[in-house]
Design a protein around this ligand. Structure first.
Ligand code: SF4
Length: 359
């Protein structure tokens, strides 16, 4: 078929309707072992389509999705199901957090270091490629779709970061990019790859329809690092605890976040599930607090430094966000793994704390 650009576009394997993807159907390459590609599937339509375009060539495809405190595997696993390919989830939490503190290519509009993040994922995928004896990696990236991370030079930077020049195939834009090694070697048929670029989703929607893929997620979302509120929490965490680890990053996902004096930070539950989560995440040095007299939030102070004033303010937060009427006296219990105590404070207007709310 012809595209708007006048370049031949491959007919999907089953233009008439849905068909489960199949594997190990190889292009005519003699007795060579099956060509195998390892794909990064984030959950969006593009990576589903990239996988299907390759499966349609008879290439054996394994999908990877990643786990960090900021995004989980569910969307990627679902994408793999829609693409009809086997999937594997890889936990890269430690490496991702280390990268996040000092990304070589900086952040996007929030705390999202997308170029470095892609580079890291591809490096991890390269390990799988090696252990699986696969031939190449692929992604669903589309040239020019995102202003920062999908520019031509950004795509090259990612390849360099991953130490994989020429080994990363972008099936949806491949014909607008330099041929990769597997295309040059004839393992992947470049003529059956695509030439999509830009922000329009029209051609992807059309391709999805032809592959019989419906009910796919809209792009974007899913990564907490792109949220302004979460980015502010994370900046504060890195400021007060440069050595913050995965467990700290996990804690700041729950409830409301407040600054406390002495370079401290606490989380105050919004709802019962936050309270339970904060309690379950408390570590030896964290301070866990709750109201003894009224139903209300739990509070967790992240492994505090000097808490001379902070403890009393945190107790005030617990009282003020509880069901206690204004000015009621409230006993707040605090506890670490080794110590416990009770502070008596007054419930006040929540507005009193808006200066220290991290939003
Ligand atoms: S949006 Fe989040 S998950 Fe996606 S590349 Fe950027 S940092 Fe990584």
């Amino acid at each position: 078929m012809r595209t708007e650009t006048g370049i031949n576009m491959p007919e999907p394997h089953n233009p008439g309707g849905p068909e489960p993807a199949t594997h190990n159907r190889q292009p005519a390459t003699g007795n060579r072992k099956p060509v195998k590609g390892i794909g990064l599937l984030s959950g969006g339509l593009d990576s589903i389509l990239a996988a299907r375009v390759l499966v349609d060539q008879g290439i054996d495809v394994l999908g990877l999705t990643f786990v960090t405190p900021f995004f989980g595997p569910d969307e990627g696993l679902e994408a793999g199901r829609k693409a009809g390919i086997p999937m594997r989830a890889v936990d890269i939490s430690e490496a991702h957090l280390a990268m996040l503190k000092n990304p070589r290519y900086g952040y996007g509009s929030r705390m999202n270091p997308c170029i470095d993040c892609h580079g890291l994922m591809l490096r991890e995928a390269a390990k799988v490629m090696q252990s699986e004896g696969a031939d190449f990696l692929f992604t669903g990236e589309v040239l020019g779709q995102r202003p920062m991370s999908q520019r031509r030079d950004a795509l090259r930077s990612v390849e360099k970061l991953a130490g994989l020049p020429g080994r990363i195939l972008r099936p949806l834009s491949a014909r607008l990019l330099d041929p990769t090694i597997v295309e040059l070697e004839g393992l992947v048929d470049r003529e059956r790859l695509l030439d999509i670029q830009g922000r329009s989703r029209k051609r992807q929607a059309e391709l999805a329809r032809r592959f019989g893929i419906s009910d796919y997620p809209q792009p974007g979302g899913g990564c907490m690092l792109t949220s302004e509120g979460f980015a502010n929490r994370l900046r504060e965490l890195f400021r007060i605890r440069p050595e913050a680890g995965v467990a700290d990053a996990e804690i700041i996902k729950w409830g409301r976040a407040f600054r406390l004096p002495g370079d401290n930070m606490c989380m105050v539950g919004r709802q019962r599930s936050d309270n339970l989560k904060l309690e379950s995440l408390a570590r030896r040095r964290d301070v866990f607090m709750r109201s003894m007299d009224y139903p209300g939030p739990s509070c967790l102070i992240i492994a505090p430094g000097d808490l001379a004033d902070g403890l009393e303010i945190a107790a005030g937060l617990v009282a003020s966000y509880s069901d206690a009427p204004e000015n009621a006296s409230v006993r707040v219990q605090w506890m670490t793994m080794d110590q416990t105590g009770i502070l008596t404070t007054k419930a006040g207007p929540k507005n009193n704390y808006k200066e220290i709310l991290i939003s």
